[in-house]
Design a binder for this molecule. Structure first.
Ligand SMILES: Cc1cc2nc3c(=O)[nH]c(=O)nc-3n(C[C@H](O)[C@H](O)[C@H](O)COP(=O)(O)OP(=O)(O)OC[C@H]3O[C@@H](n4cnc5c(N)ncnc54)[C@H](O)[C@@H]3O)c2cc1C
Ligand code: FES
Length: 280
């Protein structure tokens, strides 16, 4: 089906819903016209606009890797009106999807390197698309050791538990570290904040790229640790989250200096971020 405007969403159906935490659900979505998926061509790190018809749209990272099948997955935190309506929806109901938007993780540049993923809370969602991409049968040989360090406030706040505790640890040359902020009955794993755990794990910067995504406070302290460990600005990749509306570089809601996060980002290296106005 030809889409006459980039702002018109394609109809899609919710085919699966997973409760990740008390306020995060992962929606699996399939386009009603399978040809749309053929052309969609999303790459790890890109976002889409999800619409609940008659309610509005929200910018959400595509958390599934294109290597996993002819569906898209979105992990959505219930924060406001639109996301609350989405959370009440059920399998079989229709939503709209337009995209994919933005740039993607520089997975070509990462080839031959070890990867160290650092995620906090729901911000594992954009990283998950790249993690599944590099761990796929198709691309695993192109990358070195893959380490994933992820933390959330409590066990219940950890997203993607089956990936963290079952799927990813079984992949070759892959290690998963999880942590929660405070001790909890029944939790025998690591306790403490993400930046401190990174320092404990002490990754060597040699031939390594760190990909970091989390709440601003986590990013701030993690960047300080990475600097201490000897990572250069070019070895650190992150994604920005700004309020967005059009996602096609027209409305100006997401600009930072001369850049639009929706077309120039959301993925930036720390070296690129340092060229932006001081608040970033
Ligand atoms: C690049 C990008 C990727 C994103 N990926 C995801 C994702 O994978 N999963 C997910 O759950 N959310 C993601 N978001 C955030 C998501 O777009 C917003 O939370 C959502 O649009 C809020 O919709 P709402 O109508 O329910 O909330 P509203 O009723 O519009 O707002 C509720 C509250 O959330 C705040 N808020 C709304 N939008 C944003 C925003 N973009 N950044 C910070 N605060 C905001 C508002 O200030 C308000 O306090 C992403 C945003 C961007 C820009
Ligand atoms: S969201 Fe409209 S310009 Fe970026």
């Amino acid at each position: 089906m030809h889409n006459p405007s980039p702002l018109i969403p394609y109809p899609a159906t919710i085919t699966k819903i997973v409760d990740e935490t008390g306020d995060v659900k992962t929606f699996t979505v399939e386009f009603d016209d399978p040809e749309v998926m053929e052309r969609f061509g999303n790459k790890p790190g890109q976002v889409a606009e999800l619409s609940v018809f008659g309610e509005g749209e929200a910018t959400i990272s595509i958390t599934s890797s294109p290597t996993r099948g002819k569906f898209l997955e979105f992990s959505v935190r219930r924060v406001g009106r639109l996301t609350s309506v989405l959370h009440q929806m059920e399998v079989g109901q229709k939503i709209g999807v337009r995209g994919p938007y933005g740039n993607w993780f520089p997975y070509e540049m990462m080839k031959g390197k070890d990867l160290f993923f650092i995620g906090g809370g729901i911000a594992l969602a954009p990283l998950r698309s790249l993690i599944d991409f590099v761990l796929s049968e198709q691309y695993r040989k192109d990358y070195g050791k893959v380490e994933i360090l992820y933390g959330a406030r409590s066990y219940n706040d950890l997203c993607f538990k089956s990936d963290l505790f079952e799927r990813w640890p079984k992949c070759p040359n892959t290690k998963v570290y999880t942590t929660i902020d405070r001790p909890e009955e029944g939790w025998t794993g690591h306790v403490g904040f993400v930046p401190n755990y990174v320092e404990e794990v002490n990754p060597s910067p040699e031939n390594k790229i760190a990909i970091i995504c989390g709440p601003p406070i986590m990013i701030k302290f993690t960047l300080a640790v990475m600097e201490k460990l000897g990572f250069s600005d070019e070895q650190i990749i992150t994604t920005l989250e700004m309020k967005m509306k059009c996602c096609i570089g027209k409305c100006g809601r997401c600009n930072i200096g001369s850049k639009f996060v929706c077309v120039d980002g959301p993925v930036f290296s720390l070296a690129q971020l340092k060229q932006l106005p001081p608040e970033f």
